[in-house]
Design a protein around this ligand. Structure first.
Ligand SMILES: [Cu+2]
Length: 145
């Protein structure tokens, strides 16, 4: 007189299918989101700041504050101009002081307070430079257009 476990098995199968469908839906939504947010090459990136960009002689100066992360997070700067990225430490601590611009092979240890100027050559229009801490926890982007 053994009872069959068929009902339990069917229930388990249905739940498993439901989870798979749920995962598939999440993956599709995530993919659509990535495509939608992937085009950052437009000349004027929404939410980007250009107020931290000034001119000094024949160079432009981009000021980034280092205090509990980097700010602003997105900056619009001019292409075709030699550029100074001025990292302004203001109570900087931890790994945000281990600063990198990976695509240019730049690596600097920033002070807890005070400015660090990083000179880079003029960038082509459409270039995005990412500055990041050594762990990749904090970052910002400069879009050149
Ligand atoms: Cu970090």
């Amino acid at each position: 007189m053994s009872k069959k476990n068929k009902n339990i098995q069917e229930t388990t199968t249905i739940n498993g299918t439901g989870v798979l469908i749920g995962i598939a839906v999440i993956v599709v939504i995530g993919f659509v989101f990535l495509i939608g947010s992937g085009n950052n090459n437009s000349a004027d990136v929404k939410g980007a700041s250009s107020s931290v960009v000034s001119t000094s002689g024949d160079k432009q100066v981009v000021e980034v504050t280092v205090s509990g992360g980097y700010s602003p997070r997105t900056i619009n700067a001019k292409a075709g101009v030699p550029t100074i990225i001025r990292m302004k430490s203001d109570g900087a601590y931890g790994c945000e002081r281990a600063f990198r611009i990976p695509s240019l092979g730049i690596s600097k240890t920033l002070p807890a307070s005070g400015n660090t100027d990083i000179e880079i050559t003029s960038q082509n229009a459409g270039t995005s430079l990412r500055g990041t801490c050594s762990m990749g926890m904090y970052s910002f982007v400069i879009n050149f257009n």
